[in-house]
Ligand binder design. Sequence first.
Ligand code: ADP
Length: 399
Amino acid sequence: MEIFDESVNNLSGKAARLFAEGIVETIHEPLMVLNTDLMVIFVNKSFYSFFKSDPNNTLGTIIYDLGNRQWDNPALKNLLEEVLPETSIIKEFEITHSFPIIGKKTLILNISKLDIETYGQMILISINDITEFKRLEDYNKVMLEKEQENTEVLKITNEELMVSQDELNEMVNRLEISNKELDQFAYIASHDLQEPLRMVSSFTQLLEKRYKNKLDSDADEFIKFIIEGSHRMKDLIDDLLAFSRLNKEPGEFKLISMQLILFDVLENLQTFIKENKAQITHDTLPTIYGNSSQISQLFQNLITNAIKFQGDDSPKIHISVQEFLNYWKFGVSDNGIGIAVEHQEKIFEAFKRLHNRTEFEGNDIGLAISAKIVERHGGKIWVESEPRTGSTFYFTISK
Ligand code: ADP
């Protein structure tokens, strides 16, 4: 080191300048040297190529006047005129400036004051272009902010989802409670109404027995209406009770013969079948796992309806079965009046009447009971029908 120092010290003025210029030229970053009047006395090649300038418009120019006063920057001015006189080195001074030719750049300036015997004081400015780095940094910052925003949005959506899930759970709970209460109400009401109804109907029958033809003809008619009304009410209450019992009591499940159950039902309905000249045929029915009184009720409802809603021809009814891997599919087809498509779903709800009572008798609960029975047996019920041609009520029973 000493040898090197020595040899530099021994260099003549010109040789020393060449030596310094040689070093400066090899430096990759743009560099400029100013004298104390802030006039550019030297720049390296990198400077020219970076600022797209040449010696003619650079050397001998005051720094602020360089390239159409593109260095006339208040921050730099303050630095060179106010800060530098008080210190010998300024490190890492960042400036962002829009240069007319090379565009907007972010530069790091390192400025040092040099004292060289032959030249006096000089100012060396090295320039580090960090525009690209800054751009990446800004980009990363924006991406990070975006990511944070997205996380925030996700968090909010998540919270909202959790709230709506809670609300949903609560609604389901409330629905379950009110369903249970409704079932309970229907059961109690239908059960408790039986007793007073029995009293009304037995006393009006007594009234009829004792006083028929003894009062005037109006009174006989009124008594007849009361008896009819109480019969209707008894049917309705029986159905309602049967419907709500299905919710309360699952009933005993065992292997049962659908064929035998069908025979029982046809026997029960024989008068009704004969009166209506109904022809009933059936496939050979299998043995299933289920509740016999519920299945019997199901057949009874569907066959009664198939006869009741007959068309112009006498009723022809067929009970079919198809076997699938996990279930049986049964069908009760008729050649009756049929059901319009828009009614095909709502007939399975309780008290959904399509016809008025004078056309067809009924409590509008038969299919709701049937649907509940099928549901209890792990199956589905639906109808396929064409008005004035006939309907097929299908139901499945799981194996
Ligand atoms: P209801 O006690 O009145 O028969 P259901 O619940 O059994 O009540 O039936 C509901 C409605 O579905 C009936 O009023 C009728 O309009 C229609 N329906 C049911 N079965 C048939 C059928 N086989 N053909 C045509 N319509 C039917």
